[in-house]
Design a protein around this ligand. Structure first.
Ligand code: CDP
Length: 224
């Protein structure tokens, strides 16, 4: 079967990474977590007291940031300059600053080229905000995932609680809504549904049902 490119976009915490990982596993494809790249870049700015509003600081950061992924015990794991930052990049500290960082065009340019390099041979499922519109505009399958803000908040809340973290539901909800606003209104590569994307509201679907729908679409494509 030919290896295709699958782009999954959507609002914060809509379950796109859960679906992307499950699809990649099922199809034997690479999983690309584009959000983790913006999060890792944000962590670098924060840890090094660099200001993303200052051009020189952005230049310095981009010169020094190396991001790669490794599969550790079956889990896609993010590394920044050789250090495992998978947990650090999911903290509220990073979540609160990532969307402003992701508005910076030079940052986006670097991340997009990394993402395109990862997907140059196809056989990839990547999730994010601009995957179907900018990163892989020719992807064979594009999904745009939606779910209500309360469903999305509850999912993120449970995910962080499961890590044993002390989290506040309202703080998470504010963060998701705030990021959605910044991501949808920024000038460079705003979050929007690609014209040829299939919209999937997963508010009432469990993970398995969602995977079933997506695999059905892949199957239909392979038969064409
Ligand atoms: O997991 P969640 O949906 O909450 O977010 P994420 O995928 O980890 O992405 C974190 C942030 O990175 C987003 O809110 C965007 O600001 C930015 N991002 C982006 O601008 N473009 C992408 N392709 C992916 C993420």
């Amino acid at each position: 079967m030919r290896k295709i490119t699958i782009a999954i976009d959507g609002f914060s915490s809509c379950g796109k990474s859960t679906l992307a990982k499950a699809l990649a596993k099922q199809l034997g494809y690479i999983y690309g977590d584009s959000g983790a790249m913006y999060r890792a870049a944000t962590l670098y700015f924060l840890d090094n007291d660099l200001d993303w509003n200052k051009e020189l600081d952005v230049k310095l950061a981009l010169k020094n940031i190396q991001i790669h992924f490794e599969n550790i015990e079956g889990k896609n794991t993010t590394f920044l300059n050789g250090k495992n930052v998978e947990d650090d990049i999911r903290t509220m500290r990073v979540s609160d600053s990532v969307s402003p960082v992701a508005t910076i065009s030079t940052v986006r340019k670097r991340m997009v080229s990394l993402q395109q390099e990862m997907g140059k041979n196809g056989g990839i499922v990547m999730d994010g905000r601009d995957i179907g519109t900018v990163v892989f505009p020719n992807a064979e399958l594009k999904l745009f995932i939606t779910a209500s803000a309360d469903v999305r908040t509850q999912r993120r809340y449970e995910e962080l609680l499961a890590k044993g973290w002390n989290v506040d539901y309202e703080e998470i909800k504010m963060n998701l809504l705030n990021r959605d606003h910044i991501d949808s209104t920024r000038e460079d590569s705003p979050l929007k549904k690609a014209e040829d994307a299939v919209e999937l509201d997963n508010s009432d679907l469990d993970e398995e049902e969602q995977l079933g729908v997506a695999l059905g679409l892949v199957d239909a494509l392979q038969k064409n």
